[in-house]
Design a protein around this ligand. Structure first.
Ligand code: PHE
Length: 588
């Protein structure tokens, strides 16, 4: 995984909660302490005058340990790196000047007075915004410096309609003022005022006996009127109290609506002190060295804090497909071959497979040879002799290659280029005993000195398989491969004639990639040549059908991945692996 570089910008919301706003790419050192944190204090508070009600009721839990905006679990899931950094200590240790002032005001007041009866009035008195005071009260209450009790008040606020009347006058007043002393026609008056003011204005003005409504004419009944409705609305807007009768009248006309205002009454708590010291979150080496740990006041533990979700239990898609393939082979009656080591001798990797020593694949441009130890120590001498013979001059009806076979070349150690080296060892071992028909498979890593691109890696996995028995044909080979791939969920296969020094006939295998609508090569196969099998000592009528498949290609097909480097290697996104939790596989 590449280390994430993150820098976090936090913003302080009106209610005092800190939340993450932006994430930049910037170097992040490993230690939590060296993380650079920029606190952007854009305070989006509304007017200082209007006290806004607190959003949540008080809790006895340590407020600094409460979830940041309640989004912890969601954030942890999406961004475990950030979630792992707990900034709660910063929330409490970082105190803005305003907060400091508010805190001093509350604690200072309680030093001389028994109680703050109303946080709202207190805020007005001290000229501090109510939300600031509320934040401080919540925090002090959490640490039991103070004991806070909720108080609720019903207040009235203007509705949208009420607000327009407070600004423009009530409709009845507007109507009255629009009537000239000689009167006016209904039509004209309605045109002047607009439909809604006219309609409401008429109703109210008639009720107030301000106007006379004739058939077509409207005229004033009195010389002068006062706009009491507007006056009442303005008073309510200013927070003044009205008598119940007036309130009821405005309520009936839906010009005002109730608003619950919440505040607190506050007394000293059990931990009260006129000044609060910053509570410590960590006991540091410096604290111990300086000896100031004795006076530190530690933050309470919050045992109900959610921990980070435990990581683990994922399988890489390659492991899943490998496991699937192993299961399929076992179901088809195959046995697993011991895959031995990555380091193999050229003899088992090439010579035993009748691959001539001048073959380009045996060049260091294609194969990784070992410098240390550069050669193998032991090879089965009799068999080596028979292999040399078949390469040089043939036998069993073959003419061989007719070149000078060199033991030193066979001795060279390499990183095996295919797991057919596993098969050659296995078949040789089998040939040393009375013949028995067998079905073998292996899944393991191989290495090739290749240029890496979208579909090639220098290190990948092969699925090797072979069946040895009498009377096997190419049709058996195709049938087994169809069976195998369809059990894996890939039923579209194609075979293409190919060449391998060790098989005849040989076929490349292609699978259809549903995602990018293309045929993709998934392996190679064939019937092992007599030049390979007979020097081993297998009976002449035994046939061996065999294949070497890529693990990566079918995995790419099954998972819809089109770049092999997204699947294997150091650039793989952990998200790919994390989308495969073990519990969903049901393989254990
Ligand atoms: N060894 C071959 C695959 C193969 C195995 C067995 C028989 C034929 C072909 C490869 O690496 O491509």
């Amino acid at each position: 995984m590449e280390m994430n570089y993150i820098s976090l910008v936090w913003e302080l919301k009106q209610d005092g909660e800190l939340f993450q706003r932006k994430k930049h790419i910037a170097p992040l050192k490993n230690s939590r302490r060296s993380l650079s944190l920029s606190l952007s204090l854009s305070r989006r508070s509304p007017s200082r005058r209007s006290p806004s009600p607190p959003t949540s009721s008080l809790s006895r839990r340590s407020p600094s340990r409460r979830s940041l905006s309640g989004r912890d679990s969601e954030q942890q899931r999406r961004d475990p790196v950030n979630a792992a950094l707990d900034f709660s200590h910063l929330r409490s240790s970082f105190i803005s000047a305003g907060k400091q002032m508010a805190e001093e005001a509350v604690l200072g007041f309680l030093e001389k007075n028994e109680v703050i009866t109303d946080s709202g009035e207190f805020a007005v008195e001290k000229g501090i915004s109510h939300e600031e005071i509320v934040n401080v009260i919540k925090s002090l209450n959490g640490f039991r410096f103070v004991d806070a009790q909720d108080i609720k008040k019903e207040r009235w606020q203007l509705t949208a309609e009420g607000k327009t009347y407070a600004a423009n006058g009530s409709p009845e007043f507007q109507l009255f003022m629009a009537i000239p002393s000689e009167g006016i026609s209904r039509v004209e008056l309605q045109k002047k005022l607009g439909d809604s003011v006219f309609k409401i204005g008429c109703q109210q003005a008639i009720k107030n006996k301000w106007v006379e409504m004739g058939k077509s004419q409207v005229s004033k009944k009195v010389a002068h009127v006062d706009d009491n409705v507007k006056a009442m609305l303005v008073r309510i807007n200013d927070g003044e109290a009205l008598n119940q009768e007036d309130i009821d009248a405005l309520k009936r006309r839906k010009l005002i609506s109730p608003q619950i205002w919440k505040g607190y009454s506050v007394r000293k708590g059990p931990n009260y002190a006129p000044k609060r010291r910053k509570p410590a979150t960590d006991l540091t080496r410096e604290n111990l060295q300086r000896g100031d740990w004795k006076d530190l006041q530690f933050k309470e533990y919050n045992f109900s804090a959610k921990g980070l979700p435990a990581e683990g239990g994922y399988l890489h898609p390659l492991l899943k497909v490998r496991r699937q393939m192993q299961m399929i082979f076992l179901q088809m009656g195959f046995e697993e071959m011991p895959t031995n080591n990555y380091v193999e001798s050229s003899f088992w990797n090439f010579d035993a497979l009748f691959q001539p020593q001048q073959h380009p694949a045996r060049d260091s441009h294609d194969t990784f040879f070992l410098r240390e130890p550069s050669t193998t120590k032991t090879l089965p001498e009799d068999y080596v002799e028979r292999v040399k013979q078949i390469h040089e001059s043939g036998g069993h009806g073959s003419r061989g290659y007719g070149y000078d076979w060199k033991r030193e070349e066979a001795n060279k150690n390499l990183l095996r280029t295919h797991t057919t080296a596993v098969s050659s060892r296995m078949l040789y071992a089998l040939a040393q005993k009375p013949f028995e028909a067998k079905k073998y498979y292996s899944v393991d890593r191989v290495f090739r000195n290749e240029a890496v691109d979208r579909t090639h890696l220098a290190e990948f996995h092969q699925i090797e398989g072979l069946i040895c028995d009498r009377g096997l044909t190419l049709g058996d080979l195709q049938g087994v491969l169809y069976d195998f791939f369809s059990r894996l969920g890939m039923s579209k296969l194609r075979f293409k004639p190919a060449y391998n020094p060790y098989t005849e006939p040989s076929m490349e295998i292609f699978g259809y990639h549903e995602g990018f609508k293309k045929w993709v090569e998934v392996g190679n196969s064939g019937m092992f040549r007599p030049e390979m099998l007979l020097p081993m000592g297998l009976p002449e009528d035994v046939r061996v059908i065999a294949w070497g498949l890529s693990l990566e290609r079918p995995t790419m097909i099954l998972y819809g991945i089109d770049n092999i480097r997204d699947l294997f290697g150091h650039k793989v996104d952990l998200g790919l692996i994390k989308s495969n939790p073990i519990c969903r596989i049901g393989l254990q």
